[in-house]
Design a protein around this ligand. Structure first.
Ligand SMILES: Cc1cc2nc3c(=O)[nH]c(=O)nc-3n(C[C@H](O)[C@H](O)[C@H](O)COP(=O)(O)OP(=O)(O)OC[C@H]3O[C@@H](n4cnc5c(N)ncnc54)[C@H](O)[C@@H]3O)c2cc1C
Length: 528
């Protein structure tokens, strides 16, 4: 369907997304003297980004303690289970301290220790204390606040949804956008995808409502490669409030691991331990192990949740005020009742393939933050490495996009078409994904999922809701194809028929969409 746009504009750099990746990029492009337009499909109120909800902190090597870049790199590679790109990890980790101090210059304040200097915490998989945090467990809100403040004079358009990337002669030329005025075009030689994650592929997620895989779908539709997309990190204990699967768009609170660290234990409705005999560390086993154990118990019992019994923890309300408030809002008193929990989709380790400057394979198109696959996370993300990556690669992508805009000059104002995309009804898609491509997968389930996805009807994509449903469907197709092709268990991808990692060298899989919207899987060269 040909388009008669309701409005048209131009810019040097368009940034899609206002979380850590997008704001760091926009700031750098603006400082390089370029005319930047930022788009967010969310409104002005806080909470439209995953960045806002980050809790633990930012992993960073400080120059003056017993830590080292080599040690942080080694921890990251170990978590990534053979699929990280060591050069990318080294480049990003080595730039972390500079990026965090720049954020402090922009106004961020991190918690300090009694002896002065930043208070550093340690998280799972880290061999050193290297996590800086703010206001206890509210790091993301502080990062978002500081970046919002630093960019408040920039041209930020809220309630603007990017629907499609424009390209001409093998380069990006802008974005098709829906807003209150209708559908318009922003012409620009550089576009940065910073659209965040994809948690709403599943019925239950810790992600905010906008995490619908839009950037991955925009890239797939533009013929761009996506990689490591089968590696979804599930958090084992997300609060279950009885509504999972009944309606899209809801963000569900985390019930922090620290509660298990203080002695809380996981049981089913009959009071049987969920993790007994599964792992020597029991309830404190790694996240993917505990999530798999809960998933297995739910499948065996047919029940909707298991329970975290924290009634033995003294002074619970003072120690865990955020969890107490979330539980009480859901009608559960954690001091007198076990907390109902389920595993929830938490983080996308893969995404749009980029280098460490955010450059994708399409000239002028960059990606940064959770939407990107730089090679930093491999098959499993190390805790608190994502804000770090968003800050570092976001800043670099902004600079690279600014330079590209200068080199290529203004683009010719082209036209666009309204394209029909396949889109499954959101609830149906989430149920199918939660059943067949969740914590544990097998070939039968994945083939069934691929059949379900290929039966999705076509619909013209002209609104935010329409774009999100189509984006979720395209992203699900890519994920299902990669999960089926990966005949092994590695990192956070678990296949029941292949419980171990394959003996052959680890390789990342690349997915592209074919003209009929089916997902084609290729193999990326071995990286380790
Ligand atoms: C509960 C929780 C706790 C976490 N804790 C930590 C932690 O302690 N440490 C850590 O390192 N990481 C943590 N993470 C992960 C980390 O917060 C995210 O990976 C990171 O913040 C993502 O930043 P981003 O800029 O890529 O995306 P986001 O912050 O999610 O921003 C995405 C932006 O894109 C916009 N957008 C999306 N699609 C479109 C579209 N089509 N058109 C226009 N705009 C669009 C959205 O409106 C939004 O502005 C946590 C995540 C969650 C959910």
């Amino acid at each position: 369907m040909s388009l008669h746009p309701d409005w048209q504009e131009s810019a040097d750099v368009v940034v899609i997304g206002t979380g850590v990746g997008g704001l760091a990029a926009a700031l750098a492009a603006h400082r390089a003297g370029r005319r930047v337009v930022l788009l967010s499909k969310a409104g002005r109120t806080p909470g439209g980004t995953a960045t806002h909800y980050a809790q633990g902190g930012i992993a960073v090597v400080l120059p003056d303690n017993d830590d080292s870049v080599d040690a942080h790199v080694a921890d990251t590679l170990a978590a990534g289970a053979g699929l990280c790109d060591p050069d990318a990890v080294t480049s990003i980790v080595a730039d972390g301290y500079r990026a965090v101090t720049e954020l402090v210059s922009a106004g961020a304040r991190f918690d300090e220790s009694s002896s002065g200097g930043w208070a550093l915490s340690r998280e799972g998989g880290h061999t050193r204390r290297r996590i800086v945090h703010a206001n206890g467990d509210a790091t993301g809100a502080e990062v978002q606040r500081a970046l919002d403040h630093a960019t408040d004079t920039l041209d930020i358009r809220t309630k603007h949804t990017a629907l499609q990337l424009l390209q001409d002669a093998g380069s990006v030329t802008g974005v098709l956008v829906a807003n209150r005025q209708g559908i318009g075009l922003i012409h620009a030689p550089s576009v940065i995808l910073a659209t965040g994650g994809l948690g709403h592929l599943y019925s239950a997620t810790t992600n905010p409502e906008g995490s619908t895989g839009d950037g991955i779908a925009l890239a797939l539709w533009a013929g761009i490669a996506v990689s490591d997309i089968e590696f979804i990190q599930f958090h084992p204990t997300m609060l279950f409030d009885g509504t999972a699967g009944r309606g899209p768009g809801k963000r569900r609170p985390l019930v922090t691991e620290a509660i298990r660290g203080e002695g809380a234990f996981l049981v089913d409705s009959q009071g049987n331990s969920v993790t007994a005999g599964v792992h020597p560390m029991g309830d404190l086993a790694p996240r993917d192990v505990v999530a798999s154990a809960i998933d297995a118990r739910l499948r065996a019992t047919g029940e909707p949740c298991v329970f975290l019994d924290a009634r033995g923890i003294a002074d619970f309300k003072r120690r865990f005020p955020t969890v107490t408030a979330s539980c009480r809002a859901a009608g559960v008193d954690p001091i007198t009742q076990p907390i109902p929990v389920v595993p929830g989709a938490h983080y996308s380790c893969g995404g749009v393939v980029t280098d460490v400057h955010g450059q994708t394979e399409l000239p002028g198109l960059f990606a940064a933050g959770e939407v990107a696959r730089t090679g930093m996370h491999g098959a499993n993300r190390l805790a608190s490495n994502s804000l770090l990556e968003g800050l570092v690669v976001g800043g670099r992508a902004g600079k690279a996009a600014a330079a590209h805009a200068v080199d290529s000059g203004p683009v010719r104002a082209g036209t666009a078409e309204i394209v029909a995309r396949t889109a499954l009804v959101r609830g149906d898609l989430q149920r199918a994904m939660s059943r067949d491509a969740s914590v544990v997968r097998d070939a039968d389930g994945l083939y069934g999922l691929i059949d379900t996805l290929s039966a999705a009807p076509l619909a013209a994509v002209v609104t935010r809701a329409g774009l999100e449903d189509a984006a979720l469907t395209a992203t699900a197709r890519a994920l299902a194809a990669a999960a089926l092709a990966r005949e092994e268990s590695r990192g956070c991808h678990h296949r029941t028929e292949y419980p171990d990692a394959a003996g052959t060298p680890a390789r990342s899989l690349v997915v592209r969409l074919a003209a009929d919207d089916s997902a084609q899987v290729e193999t990326l060269a071995a990286v380790c």
